[in-house]
Structure formats: structure tokens, C-alpha cells
Design a protein around this ligand. Structure first.
Ligand code: 1HN
Length: 340
């Protein structure tokens, strides 16, 4: 750079100005250049670290006893992708994680142990492995464990998105635990069985009132599909979780998916603008992410950055859960996918 330009840049900096021409290429890249790195968290290595947190702090003191899965390209930002947060939460027998609400939307995927519950808007749901549970924005939620085993689940939240928009609000509930006002299964019966209450007219972006998608039902659907047809070359057998009243994603900022890959099957390469977080619920195999190979087993979590080609190989019959910011990108007309 010439001295004249450097001196000019220094002078205009005092006026709060900076030249576009020095940064234009980085501001408007020809294709996404994500700082997010492909990465994997192996549960077999993590479990003991999570259990150790249980000996160092109570759920009560922590409010939420969680170890954040921080992307190696985003250290210090509490983010697994640019838009999403993920963490592993532990609740021990007898503990309560107190009721609160916030404008961030959250999902849970139950990984280890049984006997805990999540309560959303006065209804509890028992957490079973593989269950997909949501707490939409501004709904009161608390967790507890009435069982005899430690329970661990993956949390996924749109924290970086809400932070980016400076739109975060949060408050604690007056009572530690929500009063139970509806029997377990009430929301699923009213909103999740191809029926809806007579006076219920959801707006297109309203989150679903169905706050648990039981693993047993999801698994049965995937099994039926896999038994009845040949796998798609890029997706194998993949379904999206929806709000059954609208067909949209369960919550407006986060999409979630379930996928079955038959033993020995290898998907063709696919890339999309929504960076995604994958969890292996059953089986195992390899994820090739932009040329890097990651071996995954049950309860492992791996992240695929935006526009990085993904290829999946299953050693055994494999079931994956995944989530991303796809609905945000689709609402803005930004989402792109390329099947290679
Ligand atoms: C939260 O409310 C939960 O309710 C988990 O379990 C993780 C991370 C940041 C902010 C709120 C939960 C969270 C969180």
C-alpha cells in the first residue's frame, strides 16, 4: 500500500470511516467462506467430563449444568456454528433445573439415562433416549430428575442468532418448578395426532404446541420407510420434523431432521448453506466433510460448516438426528443446496 493511501486511511479513521475497496472481496465473497470448522465430539471421551461436572456443581447452583460444544473456529463465542449453540446437559437424580423463560428457542435430544423430565408451559414429558423435545421462545421450562440415573441430553439453541439481533430477553419464574396444569401427553393428544382444537388457528411461523416427538414413533416411521423403498442417493431415508398444524419447522429459527442410513450405504456428496449439527443415535460410520474423514459412533456429535460437502457412510444400520438454521435462511430467500 502506498504511503499516501495509508496516511489517508489514518486520517479518515478519525472520522469513523474506512475504505470499502480494501474489504469488498471479504464482505461479498463469491461463495460462503465459513470460519466454522468441521469437528466431532466423541461421547465416549466426553461422558466422564460431563459426570465430573456433576461432582463439582449442582444443577441448582449452575441453573443449567451444561458443557458447551464450542466450535474450534469460534472459541470463546459459545457457538457451534455462526447461528447455533450446542451443549451437553446433565441432571442427577433428585435435582431440579429451575423454571425460566427466554426469547431464545431450544431443542433437546436425549442421549443417556432415563427418568428425567422437561416441563413446558405446565406439562411434563418424561425424557427417553432419542426423544426430540422443544421449548419454543418465551415458554417457561424447567427440568427435573425423579429417577435413579444421571440423565444427559444435547441442547441446541439459537443463542448466536438472537445475540446477533440483540433481541434477547430472559426471566426466572416465580416458582422453582412449574405447577403441573396438564397431564403428560396432553399436547401430543391435542396437536400431534392429525387433529387440532376447534378454535386453534396458528400463524405460519408459530412454533408447534407439540413439544415432544417421541423417539419410538420417529424410529418406527424411519423403519417402515427403509423397509419399503430404496434410499435416496444423497439423503438415504431423511425426514424433517414439522409443526403438524402448519408443515413448517417446529420452531421458526431451527429445523430438525431424522435420517436412516442402511448398513453399507454411502450417500453422494451434498452441500448446503445451512451449517448443521449431527448426532448419531444408532449405528456408526464415517462422515466425510470437505475431504476430512470423521469416524462416528453412538452419541457422537459432529458439525458440518456451511457449503462444505458432506458424504455419509454407514458401517451398520445408522440413525442420525440433525439440526440447522435452515428456516431462517429459507424465510430470507438465502438457502441453497447442491447435490453433487
Ligand atoms: C437453557 O435455558 C437451557 O433450559 C439449556 O435447559 C441451555 C443455554 C443458554 C441459555 C439458556 C435449558 C441454555 C439455556
Amino acid at each position: 500500500m502506498t504511503d499516501a493511501r495509508r496516511a489517508y486511511y489514518d486520517r479518515i479513521a478519525a472520522h469513523g470511516l474506512t475504505p470499502l475497496w480494501e474489504v469488498l472481496g471479504a464482505l461479498v465473497p463469491p461463495a460462503p467462506r465459513s470460519p466454522v470448522q468441521p469437528a466431532i465430539w466423541r461421547y465416549a471421551e466426553l461422558r466422564e467430563q460431563v459426570m465430573e461436572a456433576g461432582r463439582l456443581i449442582t444443577a441448582e447452583e449452575a441453573e443449567r449444568r451444561v458443557l458447551i460444544l464450542e466450535n474450534p473456529g469460534l472459541r470463546g463465542q459459545s457457538a457451534i456454528t455462526q447461528s447455533l449453540y450446542a451443549g451437553l446437559q446433565l441432571i442427577l437424580p433428585g435435582e431440579v433445573a429451575p423454571a425460566h423463560r427466554h426469547t431464545q428457542s431450544a431443542l433437546r435430544l436425549v442421549l443417556d439415562g432415563e427418568g428425567a423430565y422437561t416441563a413446558v408451559d405446565g406439562e411434563r414429558t418424561t425424557m427417553r433416549r432419542g426423544d426430540f423435545i422443544i421449548t419454543p421462545a418465551w415458554t417457561f421450562h424447567d427440568h427435573g430428575n425423579d429417577g435413579d440415573q444421571p440423565v444427559v441430553w444435547l441442547d441446541g439453541l439459537d443463542i448466536p442468532t438472537v445475540r446477533f439481533l440483540d433481541a434477547g430477553f430472559a426471566e426466572k419464574a416465580a416458582a422453582h418448578q412449574q405447577a403441573v396444569t396438564r397431564p403428560e401427553g396432553d399436547a401430543l393428544a391435542r396437536y400431534g395426532t392429525n387433529l387440532l382444537p376447534m378454535d386453534y388457528q396458528p400463524a405460519p411461523t408459530d412454533p408447534t404446541r407439540v413439544f415432544v416427538y417421541p423417539h419410538a414413533k420417529t424410529r418406527a416411521s424411519l423403519q417402515a420407510i427403509a423397509a419399503g423403498g430404496s434410499p435416496d442417493p444423497h439423503l438415504a431415508h431423511k425426514l424433517r420434523y414439522v409443526n403438524p398444524a402448519t408443515g413448517a419447522s417446529p420452531m421458526p429459527t431451527i429445523a430438525a431432521f431424522t435420517q436412516a442410513i442402511p448398513a453399507g450405504f454411502e450417500t453422494r456428496s451434498l452441500r448446503a448453506t445451512d451449517g448443521s449439527i449431527h448426532v448419531c443415535l444408532e449405528g456408526g460410520g464415517e462422515a466425510e466433510i470437505a475431504g476430512q474423514t470423521f469416524r462416528f459412533a453412538e452419541n457422537d456429535v459432529f458439525v458440518v460448516p456451511s457449503w462444505h460437502p458432506l458424504q455419509l457412510r454407514a458401517d451398520r444400520d445408522t440413525m442420525l438426528f440433525s439440526f440447522s438454521d435452515r428456516p431462517i435462511q429459507q424465510a430470507l430467500g438465502l438457502w441453497r443446496e447442491e447435490r453433487l
